[in-house]
Design a binder for this molecule. Structure first.
Ligand code: 5GP
Length: 125
């Protein structure tokens, strides 16, 4: 079910548990600001999720409330993950779902990184 963004941050969400090490993940990258790991249900040959270390429900929440250092650290981490995965030259797609219409399911900001094949048009019609 997509989430209601009017709700407070839920520290029992699945990505909060992954950040605390309570649930395993296949880690791709980690630094002070971000954790990147394989999506459990990949939609492309490469499908990685990058999440901030801070407790933010969505891109909306993060862009409004995160510190400049958190925003810079996270944005740099997302770019770094694309480079580490070797996706820059062939190209890749990044995407964040925000709220109900976008069908955001996990209420902790996550950037999807897709790659590893030509990805086709941006949205289903
Ligand atoms: P959303 O629809 O919120 O943008 O995407 C949530 C993503 O999280 C989905 O692509 C889903 O496969 C992934 N996901 C959900 N639960 C888990 C989990 O426990 N581990 C990992 N690695 N990915 C998950």
């Amino acid at each position: 079910m997509p989430i209601d963004l009017t709700l407070e941050y839920d520290d029992q969400n699945i990505f909060a548990k992954i950040l605390r090490g309570e649930i395993p993940c296949r880690k791709v990258f980690e630094d002070e600001w971000a954790l990147a790991f394989d999506d459990i249900n990949p939609q492309a040959p490469v499908h990685v999720l990058v999440i901030p270390k801070g407790a933010y429900v969505s891109w909306d929440d993060f862009s409004a409330k995160a510190s400049d250092a958190e925003i810079a650290g996270f944005v740099r981490a997302v770019g770094h993950v694309g480079r580490v995965l070797g996706l820059v030259e062939p190209g890749y797609r990044m995407l964040a779902n925000i709220g109900m219409d976008a069908h955001q399911e996990v209420p902790h900001l996550h950037i999807h990184i897709f790659g590893g094949k030509p990805l086709g048009p941006m949205l289903m019609r």
